[in-house]
Design a protein around this ligand. Sequence first.
Ligand code: PLP
Length: 391
Amino acid sequence: MERIYFDNAATTPVDPRVIEAMQPFGWDVFGNPSSLHAPGREARAAVDRARAQVAALIGAQPTEIIFTASGTEADNLALLGTFSGRDLQDSRIVTSTIEHPAVLETCRYLEGHGVAVTYLPVDGEGLVDPDAARQSTVPGTRLVSVMVANNVVGAVEPIRELGRIAREQGVLFHTDAVQAAGHLPIDVRSEPVDLLSISAHKLHGPKGVGALYVRDGVRLQPLIHGGGQERGLRSATENVAGIVGFGRAAEIARSEMSAEAARLVALRDRLIEGIVERIPGAYLIGPRYCRLPGHVSVAFAGQEGEAIRLLLALDEAGVAVSSGSACSAQHAGEPSYVLRAMGFDPFRARGSLRLTLGRFNTEGEVESFLDLLPGVAAGLNSITTRRVGQA
Ligand code: PLP
């Protein structure tokens, strides 16, 4: 059997059209975009084109896009760049308990340097309550940072409302859109967002390139000092091939997003329905509808501790899924902090299985998976299964 890849929230396969766009930048076009000669100008033109393509994906001006080396770096630049060089006395950041470590660990770092941090709670579906954000955005708050969509449970957060609350208080609003950009429509012209992080490898682009949208007029301090590239916010010779790939990936995502999302929602819903039908006690984690198009997160009542064994058995059967998030590979078997924040006890918080679909997954793969799931689960001798479509 062909291998099935259902872990698109960890990373996506690079679209062949992206690889084609990047091809000349491996050898033929090698100039440094800062050079004044023809090879340099050619590289600069390619970076400028990509900047416009990434900007268009989120309705930004090209000058508002700062290329970084990852989504993690974009998150760090947003948070540290807001606070660094300023008086940290009585300053505060408001974030949620279910942010990616790229935000949470940066908040902890800031906490160590005297910034007060408020971690907003989430409900049982992983959604932040805007009223809690309103009460927490007290004087001294410099930044509110809440993600567009959660990587572990797929919940899509009420960003517009949270951004409005921040704006009413005169506070900057950052959102980590790494899981959402290219999959959900985002338009910074109509959303009250000041800073927004994206990562190319989550939208069928290459790894090692990301971007931070910085609204015109918002002032940040750089993390990396040097030659002044990226409007002085991210010095270093640009990763031209990666940026070109990112641009093309953004352009494809923009033109195909609505059709792709509709197709993925249908596949996602078929997966959810099929799993629940085949495994008594299987239940969906996170919101049923307010979730990313291709995102499924499930657990098995009373057998939550079996998720890792099921993941390994599925891997052996040729299906790649995740136990929560890619970052949890080092912490396999530990309760997920996201599920704990959603009110799961430590036992139940050990056991989710995440299946995330992308552009190259097919209906046939979903059906093949559903056909093999009961057999694989039954092989563990602990999860009860039910045959479907047979007497
Ligand atoms: N933010 C979220 C929500 C993510 O899911 C990820 C990656 O999994 C990141 C940030 C980090 O992005 P990158 O892998 O580009 O550093």
